[in-house]
Design a protein. Structure first.
Length: 129
């Protein structure tokens, strides 16, 4: 089951953070078709968030056709976004783990690592556009 977290420094609305985390989990194969998302009450109990915010995220995911609410049972994944590429993720994740370890050894903190990664990612994306 997915474990949600919130980053108050991100500037992203909490409901959007939940949506992004579900999408990422669907892409990476962490969530699969038929899996149940935590109930609104479970999410509220684990992270300090308004129940209406969780409900809003779940409604948006349902509108996108990624999940379906089943009254009395919960909210279930109806499709994934993985596209059969999970086997290609693992070597890339190992490379990224090594890069993160090297960044730590170089003395970078979380915020610096994130800034460096996002800057490189944006530059790469712009160069390909």
């Amino acid at each position: 089951m997915i474990e949600f977290h919130l980053d108050s420094r991100s500037g992203v609305a909490p409901y959007m953070q939940l949506i992004q985390q579900v999408r990422h989990a669907l892409r990476l194969g962490v969530l699969n078709e038929g899996d149940r998302l935590p109930t609104v009450k479970e999410v509220v109990g684990r992270i300090a968030i308004n129940p209406n915010t969780v409900s809003k995220a779940y409604r948006e995911l349902e509108y996108e056709g990624l999940v379906q609410a089943r009254p009395g049972l919960g909210t279930f994944v109806t499709r994934t976004l993985a596209g059969g590429v999970q086997e290609r993720h693992e070597p890339l994740k190992r490379d990224l783990d090594r890069w993160l370890a090297a960044a730590r050894e170089a003395g970078l903190d979380d915020e610096s690592i994130e800034a460096l990664f996002l800057s490189a990612f944006r530059s790469f994306s712009e160069a390909r556009a």
